[in-house]
Design a protein around this ligand. Structure first.
Ligand code: DXP
Ligand SMILES: NCC(=O)COP(=O)(O)O
Length: 239
């Protein structure tokens, strides 16, 4: 059964709506861990629309499970990661105009750059995960970078409407999961997962960790973060 990385980006979204100091993502991480989170994930975006550098620095000191820093593969973010030393880094694509992450990282199209970034991070003792679509060319390119993990982008599965489309997208994820493991990659997944669609993804053989944020924070606004995390852990178990 996969573990749960709770992405607390959107706690910071509420804070940034007023450019104020609450709710504090650092406090949210404590409550998420009390609710059973196996890790904390934050996306330090180039535009700082939600998580701030201050949040990442404090989370490094306070997170008791593991801290996963999502970031673009840029010189700025590489320097921050090497300084703060998260438990692992997930390299994700970023476009300023996007509402949220729209697709997987094009590893095949920027292999030389990503090999350099992965080598520097893992050389500094920080394992790297690459956030990719479950496309065989992308997964093969991930293996070429010698990154330890991939994170399968579950957006297409989450957005599928019909039973046929859901089944098709789940099969794509399953094939990607199998190929990745054959190539020696460890497999995580995330993006758009909810209490209602998470269980089939959790069931994929070899799935290690699910990174889930928006749906948990959405529920937490109504019932509290500890309970929202506890209920997501149960949903992952099929409860
Ligand atoms: C990579 C991914 O799917 C999310 O973890 C990412 O954080 C989405 O960006 P926002 O949190 O800004 O929506
Ligand atoms: N990488 C996925 C993640 O961290 C959370 O994505 P979402 O659940 O907020 O869509």
């Amino acid at each position: 059964m996969p573990t749960l990385g709770v992405n607390i980006d959107h706690v910071a979204t509420i804070r940034q709506a007023r450019q104020t100091v609450e709710p504090d993502p650092v406090g949210a991480a404590v409550l998420a861990e009390l609710g059973g989170a196996d890790g904390i994930t934050v996306h330090l975006r180039e535009d700082r629309r939600h998580i701030q550098d201050r949040d990442v620095r404090l989370l490094r000191e306070t997170v008791r499970t593991h801290l996963n820093l999502e970031m673009a593969a840029t010189a700025e973010m590489l320097a921050i990661a090497l300084e703060i030393q998260p438990d692992y880094v997930t390299l994700v694509p970023e476009r300023r105009e996007e509402i949220t992450t729209e697709g997987g990282l094009d590893v095949a199209g920027q292999l030389d750059n990503l090999i350099q970034v992965v080598t520097q991070l893992q050389g500094a003792g920080i394992p790297v995960s690459l956030f990719v679509d479950a496309a065989s060319d992308q997964i093969k390119a991930c293996a070429a970078t010698e990154a330890k993990f991939i994170e399968l982008h579950t957006g297409a599965y989450a957005e599928a409407q019909s039973e046929v489309a859901i089944a098709r997208e789940l099969e794509v994820l399953a094939q990607g999961c199998t190929l990745a493991q054959k190539l020696g990659l460890r497999v995580n997944a995330g993006h758009g997962l909810t209490y209602w669609n998470v269980y089939p993804v959790a069931q994929l053989p070899g799935m290690e960790e699910l990174n889930i944020g928006h749906t948990i924070v959405s529920r937490a606004v109504l019932v509290g973060l500890e309970r929202a995390v506890r209920e997501m852990k149960a949903a992952i178990r099929g409860g």
